[in-house]
Design a protein around this ligand. Structure first.
Ligand code: ZN
Length: 251
């Protein structure tokens, strides 16, 4: 049985003498791992199509234990991102988030298109921290962790302004509930409205948004805590994030 899908390569590991095991987020099948034979040889035609964070069209043959990549065509290499260390690191961060949070063979076409769009914008327009927050928010939403932002996640009450967000509860907390819920984080009106926007917005508008530095860092902290709370058991993001923060500060 043969099949074909476009996909974003999340990672590639050496396997046997000249092969690689490649993990791909495919448009049609979700996340899959497959063997790319002979790709460690310099003249391999598949070599360019199976590197981390390329977008390729791949042909697969179903194997007994693992599928085999038989042919491929490189669709986007994201060359501008590869020439820039900060952009490269953020692309790797996106690959890591996808690799560690997606289940094998669960189809997620919407998230696939979001990931591809974000990689294309980083490559063509440049890095913008809001774009990374947008990706984190859409990843969480697609994994079933859409945060409650309109009413108190604990009692359902609506109020004009919320001042707390609970990563554990997954949403904003009203003034009455806040003393009963530990581990919640302060949230401002500005951060709350950006979070609401990130759930529905087209990523193309993010470059036009004016966001204060304090809201940017608060938003980053809230989403980081929320991601860690829900995905921590599967992976440890902290090192990557710390590395990125140091680099961002250098720039
Ligand atoms: Zn409440």
């Amino acid at each position: 049985m043969y099949y074909r899908s476009k996909g974003i390569v999340l990672k590639a590991m050496d396997y046997r003498e000249s092969d690689k095991i490649v993990t791909i987020f495919t448009e049609k099948e979700g996340k899959i791992s497959a063997v790319a034979k002979g790709t460690k040889k310099p003249n391999s035609s598949l070599r360019a199509c199976v590197q981390p964070f390329v977008f390729s069209s791949l042909y697969f043959s179903q194997g007994k234990s693992m599928d085999i990549i038989t042919q491929g065509k490189l669709l986007d290499f994201f060359g501008n991102s590869r020439e820039d260390l900060l952009r490269t690191l953020y692309c790797i961060y996106i690959m890591e988030l996808l690799d560690k949070s997606l289940m094998d063979k669960v189809k997620m076409p919407e998230l696939f298109h979001i990931a591809l769009t974000v990689l294309q914008i980083i490559d063509q327009v440049g890095y913008n921290p809001l774009l990374i927050r947008f990706f984190e928010m859409r990843l969480l939403t697609n994994l079933g962790y859409k945060p409650f932002l309109l009413e108190c996640v604990s009692c359902g009450k609506k109020q004009k302004n919320f001042s707390c967000f609970s990563p554990a509860e997954g949403g904003v907390i009203c003034d009455e509930c806040k003393s009963n819920i530990s581990g919640s984080l302060p949230i401002s009106g500005e951060v709350l409205s950006i979070m609401k926007l990130l759930i529905t917005a087209d990523p193309g508008i993010l470059n036009k948004l004016k966001v204060t530095d304090s809201a940017q860092s608060r938003l980053e902290h809230i989403l980081e805590s929320y991601l860690e709370y829900h995905l921590e058991r599967k992976f440890n993001l902290k090192n990557t994030i710390r590395k990125l923060k140091r680099l961002t500060q250098l720039n």
